[in-house]
Write a protein that binds this ligand. Structure first.
Ligand code: SF4
Length: 73
């Protein structure tokens, strides 16, 4: 498992993560900002855990995010 967080103060809602890089993990949330797919959430739409086989995709989205709002650890 890997922990994923999306900083809502940084996210601009560009859609790169949930439309292009990793729609398996990310989805458009309130106001167009990024959120985690519901099944991966832990308590909040922007915090959760993903299985190891989704880690590479989430990391790719984190690298592509223009404001470095996504953390995968
Ligand atoms: S790529 Fe970054 S800025 Fe764009 S929607 Fe995803 S988290 Fe937000």
């Amino acid at each position: 498992m890997a922990k994923v967080t999306i900083d809502q103060n940084e996210c601009t809602g560009c859609g790169l993560c949930y439309n292009d890089e990793c729609p398996d993990v990310f989805v458009e949330g309130d106001g167009g900002n990024s959120a985690l797919q519901e099944k991966y959430r832990k308590g909040a739409p922007d915090t959760g855990e993903i299985p190891d086989d989704k880690k590479a995709c989430a990391a790719q989205a984190a690298d592509a995010c223009p404001v470095s709002a996504i953390k995968v650890e």
